[in-house]
Each structure stands twice: as structure tokens, then as C-alpha cells.
Design a protein around this ligand. Structure first.
Ligand code: MD6
Ligand code: FE
Length: 215
């Protein structure tokens, strides 16, 4: 017996959230360093920036993208764009380690053949939050969303199909992957203000990567 086989890294496990949504706990843990190196290569070409909401407010979460399409927000609204509005150039290519993780996680959650064309990278520092919203700028709502959390823990709010419905609170930690689609695809969700802390790899930050088939 090797009782300390998982002493430093726990094996992944699945938690159903509701019909269509599952948390793959620690699913990405074994690849965290290569994922973070890939984030650094993306942000070297397309640095994090604070976008404006359609109402003109600066978002507390800093964002960037990779892949053929990137999610952007400004005073004219939310949309996907092939070019980074800061540089005028196409978004950096999606690193292979990202695309493979997203496809494997979707398959594990029951959504085979998921081929993301957009990866939004969100950076939270203490105090940053994301208010309740629906993800509905994508073309095909039959496609799931794969969401990877790295760094400091956060509380994910998982509501219903109307903004007024109460939201569950789901803690998300380093390496956790959420896959949601089907009947959960248009549920309202958000992230509570990030608490102070220090993560061994990421310091005072949380990163969230959301993979989508947008086009
Ligand atoms: C975040 N995530 O976790 C923000 N959207 O930082 C999202 O807004 C999100 O995690 C759709 C599906 C999964 C998500
Ligand atoms: Fe979202």
C-alpha cells in the first residue's frame, strides 16, 4: 500500500450542482504549472485590462482572451470579437494545454466533442467581484461552458433562470473545473468579492478561464 500516494495532490472527484452542471473538483491540479505558464504567454501578447460595462463602469475583474474569438465589453455592449481592441490584432492562439483540458473536462461531464473557439481569462484581486449575469452572447446554447479556477478560492453564485431567484453559493478552489450546459446553460451566476489571501502559486490573485464555443 502507498497511503501517501495523494499526500500533495488529491485525486479529482465530481459533484453535481444541478441538472446540466457539475464541478470537477481539482480536475486541473496536476497541470496547474503548465496552465499558468500558458496564461503568462497569452498575457504577454494581450495584457489584462479592465473593460467598461455598457453602463460605463470599469469592471473590477481584469480580463483578456485567447483563441479565434474574444469576449469584449465597452459602452456599446458585450460581444465576441476576433481582434483585441487594445492592440488591433487577433487574440493570441489558444494554447494546446487549454483546448485539451476544456475538451476532456466537457467529455467527463457528458458533453463530448466540445471544441472551444474562445477562452476568456478573468483576473480577480481581493475585492474584485462579478455581479449576477447570464452568458448569452454565444450562438449555440446547446454547447456547454467549461470554467477553470486557479489561485485564491472564491464563492460562485449559482442562481436560476430569472435574476430574482435565490442563488446557491458554491466554493471554488485552485484546480476546480465547472462544466455547465443543457438546462443549466442560461442560469444567472456571479462571483462574490474575492477575500484577501495568498496562494502558493498565484499570490493575491484568482484566475478564471471560461471556454466557450461562441461562433
Ligand atoms: C468566474 N465565471 O468564475 C466567472 N460563466 O470568475 C463565469 O462567469 C462563468 O464560471 C459561465 C459559466 C461558468 C462560469
Ligand atoms: Fe458567466
Amino acid at each position: 500500500m502507498t497511503p501517501d500516494l495523494f499526500a500533495d495532490s488529491c485525486a479529482p472527484w465530481q459533484e453535481a450542482v444541478c441538472e446540466g452542471a457539475v464541478v470537477l473538483r481539482r480536475y486541473a491540479l496536476a497541470q496547474d504549472r503548465s496552465l499558468l505558464a500558458a496564461v503568462d504567454s497569452v498575457t504577454a501578447a494581450a495584457p489584462f485590462r479592465h473593460m467598461l460595462t455598457p453602463g460605463g463602469y470599469r469592471m473590477s475583474v481584469a480580463m483578456t482572451n485567447c483563441g479565434p474569438l474574444g469576449w469584449v465589453s465597452d459602452e456599446s455592449g458585450y460581444r465576441y470579437d476576433a481582434c483585441d481592441p487594445v492592440s488591433g490584432r487577433p487574440w493570441p492562439a489558444m494554447p494546446t494545454v487549454f483546448a485539451e483540458l476544456a475538451t476532456a473536462a466537457a467529455t467527463a461531464a457528458g458533453f463530448p466533442d466540445f471544441m472551444p473557439d474562445a477562452c476568456l481569462i478573468n483576473r480577480y484581486e481581493p475585492g474584485a467581484r462579478l455581479s449576477l449575469h447570464q452568458d448569452r452572447n454565444e450562438r449555440d446554447f446547446r454547447q456547454p461552458i467549461v470554467s477553470l479556477s486557479l489561485g485564491l478560492p472564491a464563492v460562485f453564485l449559482f442562481g436560476g433562470l430569472r435574476r430574482s431567484e435565490p442563488a446557491r453559493r458554491i466554493p471554488l478552489e485552485h484546480g476546480d473545473v465547472v462544466v455547465w450546459g443543457g438546462p443549466a446553460r442560461l442560469r444567472y451566476h456571479g462571483v462574490l468579492a474575492l477575500k484577501e489571501g495568498a496562494h502558493p502559486l498565484l499570490g493575491r490573485r484568482r484566475l478564471n478561464l471560461t471556454f466557450r464555443k461562441a461562433g
